[in-house]
Ligand binder design. Structure first.
Ligand code: WT7
Length: 646
């Protein structure tokens, strides 16, 4: 197989923080002397008490314990705002670009300070204290950043719920962490369409207890119901508080945030990240992976509802005193040139997006890109799912004019920050490969039995060592943390991803090997979609698998067995799609629903998903051994009625 390799451009090797020799030297040190290496890195942030204990980690069965910088004391918001004020009070911290191209604004570090203090004071005057949970259900508006940083300032733990989630999903997340306060907006605005956020909160709160206050940001001015004993307008409350708010002193291992993510069960997990290690790691990866230098304009297109938004719109860039762009809209509104016009409008130097967006825009051809200049661009990034080499090449050639390196960054909600990635001044690029481990990261590829595979190989990706940005626990359920990540392969963290290592030691992530699917870079548990389907009165049983999708990476394929006597009609198919959207959110809409009189089960009753995946992939010729099925005949019906014929 001939493989294209892109060398590090000479000017990059010269000006970047890290060149090839430095990468080797720093990586070796990070492995041979982790305590010394990370003690030095900890100095990138300001501590009220500098840590003297660096790493204190156990991956031992029955005693999973992860602590970094544990005697350090800091405040994350202070590090992202206050410490920059002496030098950067008038520098733009956030460029906000609205859904409507005529709307944008620049927020300086001083303004950010003042707004965050106001929001923090609103929370403090409502009795929110260190350790309390606050759920944030906001669109991509500056108030989302204010809310997150306000929580960090007073030591409250934020749980941001993506504004595309349904009232039920929101209620589930509010209940799990028992939030006292919700911060939301009247409505969101995306691609010219309104999203009824406050109404969704009202519906969620009918199913959740313990919420004292709902703070409502006015975004569209649309009509909403206000409950006078519970709901307050942000702009009214903000007018009654000051722009000064002392920061809470936090231990390095005090929680910073919870972020729910999907796994192989129906219940999303509350991934818990803490303060010191997370911030050191987010800041460091942002600097080195994006080769961030003072004065750069940096844009990550993610939503703050996902971890990418936490680490690489907010915490990493702001800890580094950067100018970070926050975009309310979508890539194709008002037209397919939107990303590239925004890059020209704000002179963006570093651009970080997802393969699904690249593939969708690639379908619209080169013209919408080529009519813009993009001369400011220096570096491109990709995250969220494997990027196919065709999309990589297009991104490089058409968007980057063959001039900008691409950093394909592999990581997870659980990892807090980027773990496998090129460094643009150091790493030769291979389209489709996330390339090499970041400092302190030791990947290992194992087979199904846990045997460690050396050299050129394919298997399951584990990490044998901790890094400061690692999640610490599943909120409220440490046993589940161990069960999910440390029980498949004892003594190491299992990522859930398949991976190939090539002859050059480059890593190629092949996708999830568990019951998680990745739809447009959004992580979905097949079990979540299944439980939504079986909650419908006409559905008796459901099985969901992923299938390759040209734009989304993976699509959702649902096999549905109906209750006796229910007719499988087109209308019912549509009704079920709408139902899942309502139960979970639009990102979970099934692309295909196949009515199945029976599902392929083993004699012990386990659904054989391998067979369902092959049928969904339109590969009925390669079903493999079906002789262990309780009733092999069900397969014929499934094959004959498959929905996805090429
Ligand atoms: C899963 C984690 C990382 C923040 C966004 C997603 C997949 C992520 C890559 C990449 C191949 C990737 C993995 C991973 N993934 N980045 N560069 N190449 N796959 O976070 O929702 O926690 O999903 O996304 O399968 O396990 P997440």
């Amino acid at each position: 197989m001939s493989e294209k390799i892109y060398d590090v451009p000479a000017e990059w090797a010269k000006r970047a923080w890290v060149d090839q020799a430095k990468y080797k030297e720093m990586y070796a040190r990070s492995i041979s002397d982790p305590n010394g290496f990370w003690a030095e890195q900890a100095k990138r942030i300001d501590w009220m008490h500098a840590p003297t204990k660096i790493e204190n980690v156990s991956f031992a069965p029955g005693n999973i314990s992860i602590k970094w910088f544990e005697d350090g004391i800091l405040n994350v918001a202070y590090n992202c705002i206050d410490r920059h004020l002496a030098k950067r009070a008038n520098q733009t911290a956030i460029i906000w670009e609205g859904d409507d191209p005529s709307q944008s604004k620049h927020i300086t570090y001083q303004e950010l300070h003042d707004e965050v203090c106001r929001m923090a004071n609103i929370l403090r005057t409502r009795n929110v204290k260190k350790g309390d949970r606050v759920t944030i259900y906001l669109p991509m508006i500056p108030e989302a950043a204010y809310a997150m940083l306000a929580c960090a300032r007073i030591g409250a733990i934020h749980s941001v719920v993506f504004a595309g989630f349904s009232p039920d999903s929101l209620a589930q997340r509010i209940n799990d962490c028992q939030s006292k306060v919700i911060i939301t907006a009247d409505e969101g605005l995306r691609g010219g369409k309104k999203v009824p956020l406050k109404a969704n909160v009202d519906a969620a709160l009918a199913k959740a207890d313990g919420v004292d206050w709902v703070v409502v940001v006015k975004r569209t001015g649309g009509k909403v119901d206000m409950n006078p004993t519970r709901d307050l307008w942000y702009h009214e409350a903000a007018a009654m508080v000051t722009t000064e708010c002392p920061v809470e002193h936090m231990h390095a291992e005090d929680p910073l945030f919870i972020l729910y993510t999907s796994g192989s069960t129906g219940q999303p997990k509350g991934v818990l990240h803490t303060s010191g290690g997370y911030l050191v790691f987010a800041s460091m990866t942002h600097q080195y992976v994006f080769d961030y230098h003072d004065g750069d304009i940096y844009w990550c297109t993610a939503d703050v509802g996902w971890v990418t938004g936490h680490s690489y719109i907010l915490y990493g860039p702001l800890a580094n005193g950067a100018t970070t762009l926050m975009f309310e809209g979508v890539p194709n509104y008002p037209d397919n040139s939107r990303f590239w016009s925004v890059i020209d409008k704000h002179k963006v130097n570093i651009f970080y997006t997802a393969p699904t967006a690249i593939r969708a825009l690639m379908q619209g051809g080169d013209a919408p890109v080529k009519k813009t200049s993009r001369a400011s661009l220096r570096l491109l990034g990709s995250v969220g799912e494997p990027i196919n080499p065709e999309a990589w090449e297009w991104y490089h050639r058409v968007v980057g004019d063959d001039r900008c390196p691409i950093v394909d960054t592999w990581w997870q909600t659980e990892t807090g920050g980027i773990l496998i990635t090129p460094l643009p001044g150091a790493t030769k690029l291979k389209p489709g490969s996330a390339t090499q481990p970041f400092f302190g990261v030791v990947p290992e590829i194992v087979d199904a039995d846990g045997k460690v595979l050396e050299g050129e190989t394919t298997g399951n990706l584990c990490l044998t060592r901790s890094w400061p940005g690692q999640m610490r626990t599943v909120y409220g359920d440490h046993a589940r943390f161990e069960q999910t990540y440390f029980s498949t392969y004892k003594g190491k963290y299992f990522t859930g991803d398949g991976c190939r290592r090539d002859a050059d030691g480059y890593y190629w992530i092949t996708g999830r090997v568990d019951d998680v699917i990745n739809v447009s870079g959004h992580r979905m548990g097949t079990a979540e979609v299944e439980s939504a389907l079986v909650a419908h009165e006409k559905v008796s049983e459901a099985a969901v698998v992923g299938f390759p999708h040209d734009i989304k990476g993976q699509g959702i394929y649902a096999y549905v067995t109906l209750m006796a006597g229910v007719q499988p009609t087109e209308d019912l198919r549509k009704e079920l799609v709408t139902w899942v959207r309502k139960e979970i959110g639009p990102i979970a809409s099934p692309d295909q629903i196949q009515f199945a009189p029976g599902l392929p089960k083993t004699r012990s009753g386990k659904i054989m998903r391998r067979i369902l995946r092959k049928i969904a992939e339109d590969e009925p010729g390669s079903l493999g051994d079906t002789s262990t099925l309780a009733d092999p005949a069900v397969v014929d019906d499934l094959v004959n009625n498959r929905q996805n014929r090429k």
